[in-house]
Each structure stands twice: as structure tokens, then as C-alpha cells.
Write a protein that binds this ligand. Structure first.
Ligand code: BES
Ligand code: ZN
Ligand code: ZN
Length: 496
């Protein structure tokens, strides 16, 4: 999909559809909507009067062959109350309009930004919403009907004065949303097509194309580094593990400058291992590499946005399988850090591989850590599919991330990591154990385990188990992988 910026007046736009959004207020026909009302001879005022045009969130009003316009259709989307309108709403409105029109065979449309939205931020949000909405999970369908696609989207309503800001917003929005879709593509791949080795190859190809430094650690190098926790999960599979290391370095760095470490869980399939999962719904566990895929997408975006801070990304990748060589409940493993772990449940494998990933990121020089992982079913119980769970060891660092989440329009909620919870993972025969002893707080227990390996380095853990996958399609997003947390992390790094 091509995205262009349009400065021509609305009346003369020759397009399959002209789209804008209206607010839910006593008179929704104001500003640009009033301009369109005049052009169409009072059509919008009539629709408002009849109650058909009311601005209610994501309601659609479609008019064919509107008089006074060259556009074949006029589409009005509800944007909800004006007070609560923000870039996150605009993203959804833009995405909803794209999906609405795409299913109706439209190939190009002009999305008119409202009078207060002729900014870089708004253009970026609309671009992101449209590109993310255009993503479909149909790669493996052989009977794809190729007649439903959007070829050109133009962001309309700009003037020469705000054109530069709009173009900048489109460019940045494209980088961010293409990277989000890169992540979603990886998450969609089934585990027979995306083994740890294949993920590493794809990561390497992306990094080389983007101009990032990349190193892939194979099973031998992983053993040399004594990553015993990662190896314990990998030993049950015939597919060897990999650790993907990608580095972004800014043009200049001062000695002692901060280095951000991004660590992502990439279990390309989680059967649970010997503590095997029930078969119902197990197919979804191909998404258990979403944290790793998110970090790879973030690096892809950073390569283009060129922030002024060094970033090291570490993605441990493995399968979690039962088998003759698989680790068994009660086994004791030694992590790279030297800590011993009693593995009481082989299905709590994400924390094992992240233990070594986090330690390694620190060893490579990270001064500020963020990990992302589909870590626990318990976070789904706590926050459902609405909020990402945020666990942190340092208030300033956590506050920065939460501010970025807000700016990026991603819902994230702070969770506790009080010292009292450490009791849950205290080991009886080893230093720590990989599950709690039946006291509830499963998502916190997972986080406390990871915290052990972050030491004194400011660290944040994002549990994306509930939010990385849409079980049902939304008007603005297809069913399947969401690419959650990518926008927040890109914002965090670029505003550092
Ligand atoms: N990948 C899962 C997390 C998960 C579970 C995501 C269910 C979505 C739905 C993770 O590796 C896991 O299995 N966690 C266990 C931990 C438990 C054994 C302490 C869980 O949450 O059940
Ligand atoms: Zn598991
Ligand atoms: Zn898992």
C-alpha cells in the first residue's frame, strides 16, 4: 500500500472513497465536517438530524455518489467524545476505515484528517493504524482472492504549511507499522516452518538488510557460554537452540553512556515438555516466540529511526518438547550466572531461557533492561487480553516505559514485585525453583524469577501472554498476532 499526502481541496478529490471522522456531541457537523456538509448541500446535517450520523465510537455511515464531491463514496466514522479523542483513537479510526473499505472492493481512498490533526503525530498515528489494519493472516491460503486490496491511501486535508510535518509522520509511521507487521508475520508462522534455526536465519537477514550488527550463537557456542538454563529447555528437542544477538550503535557515543538491553522469549513451540500441556488449544503455542519477534521488530525500526543510544537485543530461541532427552521435574540446572535452579515444572520454560538471555545482555554491557515474553497464563487471569503486565525493579525506568506506553497508545498496567514475593521461588534443594508453591500470583512469581537474573541493573518485564494474540478480529485489526509492545519500546528508545 502506497501512502501519500494530499493538499488538494476535498471537492476535487477523485477517489473511491473520501473518509473522515466525527465526534459524538450535540452537533457533530462542525469544522471540516461542516465544510463537507456545505459541499454536499446539507447532506451531513440531514444525516445528523435523523440520528444516522452520531459520532458514536467506530460507527460507520457510508454514502454512495455524494453530490458535490468527485469521490465515489463518502465514509464517516464515529470517533467518540471529543474530550477523550487522542492518537490511539485516530489509529483505530484509520484502521477501521481501511478494513471497512477493503472488504467492499475499494482500492484507493483519501483519509481526511480533522482541523486539529494536521500534525506529525496525527499523520503518524493514521499511517500506523492503516498499515497495521492492512495485515492479513492468509499467507498459507492457496485460494486467496486477490481482488481485495488497498493500493493507495492519501492523507488529505493538509496545506503547504503543515505538509512537511505530515510527510514526516507518514515516514515514521511506515517504519513503525511495517516493523510491527514484520513481528506479526514471524508470530504467525507455524512451528514446523519456524524452528529456532529458521528464526535465526530470518533475524540475520533482517539485520543485514537494515544495517545492524548480528551474531547467531549455535548450540556449541551456547554450551561454551554455559547457558545451562536455556540448554535444559532445548535438550528435549531434535531442533538445536539459537541465541540471536543484534546490536544497534549510534554514530557517536560518550563513554559511560547508557546501553539498553532488549531480551525476548522465543519458544518456537511450547508443548510444556514432560509437564505436558492439555491438547485443547495447544496449537496457539506457536505464538510463544512473540516476545522475541517483538524485539526483532523493534530493532528493525530502530535501524531506520536512528536513535542516539546503543541497543543490544538478545533473543534465546528454542522448542520446548517432551522426549527421551527432555529435562524432567526435579532436575537441577545451573544457569549462566552460576545460580542453581530446581525445575519443578518443565512448562515454566520461558523464565529459564530468559534467565540466561538477561544475564548475557548484562554481560554484553546493557545498563537498562527490558524483557518481553508470553510468560504466564496467570497474566491472562489478572489482566485479560486488555493490558500488558509491567513488572519492574526501578521506579524511574518503569515510569519511563509506562509514559512511552501511553504515548504509543498501548495499554500496560504496573504489577508488584515486592520483596515478600521472593519467598515464592526460594529453593529447597537449589538456589531457586522455577515455580511457586501453590500460593497464587503466578505472573508475579514468573517475574520474581527473572528479577533474580537482572541483579542491580534497572529491569522491566513485560508479560504479553494475554495481549500478543487477538482471538477474535477487531474492526481495526485482523485476528491473530498483534505485535503488542513494539510501538512502546520504539518510543522508549527513541525518546531516551
Ligand atoms: N507459554 C506459556 C504461557 C502461556 C500459558 C501463555 C497459557 C498463554 C496461555 C508458559 O511457558 C507457561 O506454560 N507457563 C505456565 C507456568 C506455570 C507452569 C507456572 C502457565 O502459565 O501455565
Ligand atoms: Zn510453558
Ligand atoms: Zn512458554
Amino acid at each position: 500500500m502506497q501512502i501519500t499526502l494530499e493538499t488538494k481541496p476535498f471537492a476535487g478529490l477523485e477517489t473511491d472513497a473520501l473518509v473522515t471522522y466525527v465526534f459524538e456531541e450535540s452537533d457533530p457537523v462542525q469544522g471540516r465536517v461542516a465544510d463537507l456538509d456545505k459541499l454536499t448541500g446539507g447532506l451531513l446535517a440531514r444525516l445528523a438530524k435523523s440520528g444516522e450520523l452520531n459520532g458514536k465510537s467506530l460507527e460507520t455511515t457510508l454514502v454512495h455518489a455524494p453530490t458535490g464531491l468527485k469521490a465515489a463514496r463518502l465514509l464517516l466514522l464515529g470517533a467518540g467524545k471529543r474530550d477523550s479523542f487522542n492518537p490511539a483513537t485516530l489509529r483505530k479510526v484509520a484502521g477501521t476505515s481501511l478494513r471497512f473499505l477493503k472488504t467492499r472492493g475499494v482500492h484507493n481512498f483519501a483519509f481526511a484528517l480533522r482541523e486539529n490533526d494536521l500534525t506529525q503525530e496525527a499523520a503518524q498515528a493514521a499511517t500506523e493504524g492503516a498499515i497495521a489494519a492492512d495485515f492479513e493472516s492468509d499467507k498459507y491460503k492457496t485460494d486467496k482472492k486477490n481482488d481485495k486490496f488497498i493500493e493507495v491511501l492519501s492523507l488529505a486535508g493538509f496545506t503547504d504549511a503543515d505538509k512537511a510535518a505530515g510527510e514526516m509522520g507518514i515516514a515514521r509511521g511506515r517504519v513503525v507499522a511495517d516493523s510491527q507487521n514484520f513481528t506479526r508475520d514471524l508470530v504467525n508462522e507455524p512451528s514446523n516452518k519456524l524452528t529456532p534455526r529458521v528464526l535465526a536465519e530470518k533475524a540475520e537477514a533482517m539485520a543485514k538488510e537494515a544495517g545492524l550488527t548480528v551474531q547467531i550463537l549455535d548450540e556449541k557456542k551456547i554450551a561454551d557460554l554455559k547457558m545451562g538454563a536455556l540448554l535444559s529447555v532445548a535438550q528435549g528437542s531434535v531442533e538445536p537452540p539459537r541465541v540471536i544477538v543484534i546490536t544497534y550503535s549510534p554514530a557517536t557515543t560518550k563513554p559511560g553512556a547508557p546501553v539498553i538491553g532488549l531480551v525476548g522469549k522465543a519458544v518456537t513451540f511450547d508443548t510444556g515438555g514432560i509437564s505436558i500441556k492439555p491438547s485443547e488449544g495447544m496449537e496457539k503455542m506457536k505464538y510463544d516466540m512473540a516476545g522475541g519477534a517483538t524485539m526483532l521488530g523493534v530493532m528493525r525500526a530502530l535501524a531506520a529511526l536512528k536513535p542516539n543510544v546503543k541497543v543490544i537485543c538478545v533473543v534465546p530461541a528454542t522448542e520446548n518438547m517432551p522426549g527421551g532427552r527432555a529435562q524432567k521435574p526435579g532436575d537441577i540446572q545451573t544457569a549462566m550466572s552460576g545460580k542453581t535452579i530446581e525445575v519443578l515444572n518443565t512448562d515454566a520454560e520461558g523464565r529459564l531461557i530468559l534467565a540466561d538471555g538477561i544475564h548475557y545482555a548484562k554481560q554484553l554491557g546493557a545498563t537498562h533492561l527490558v524483557d518481553a515474553a508470553t510468560l504466564t497464563g496467570a497474566i491472562v487471569v489478572a489482566l485479560a487480553n486488555i493490558n500488558v503486565g509491567v513488572f519492574g525493579s526501578n521506579q524511574d525506568w518503569t515510569d519511563k516505559l509506562l509514559a512511552s506506553a501511553k504515548a504509543a497508545g498501548e495499554k500496560m498496567w504496573p504489577m508488584p514485585t515486592d520483596e515478600e514475593y521472593r519467598e515464592f521461588i526460594k529453593g529447597s534443594v537449589a538456589d531457586i525453583q522455577n515455580i511457586g508453591s501453590g500460593k497464587g500470583g503466578g505472573a508475579i512469581t514468573g517475574a520474581m524469577f527473572l528479577k533474580e537474573f537482572s541483579g542491580d541493573t534497572p529491569w522491566i518485564h513485560l508479560d504479553i501472554a494475554g495481549t500478543a494474540w487477538n482471538d477474535d478480529a477487531k474492526p481495526w485489526l485482523a485476528k491473530g498476532p498483534t505485535g503488542v509492545a513494539l510501538r512502546t519500546l520504539v518510543h522508549l528508545v527513541t525518546s531516551f
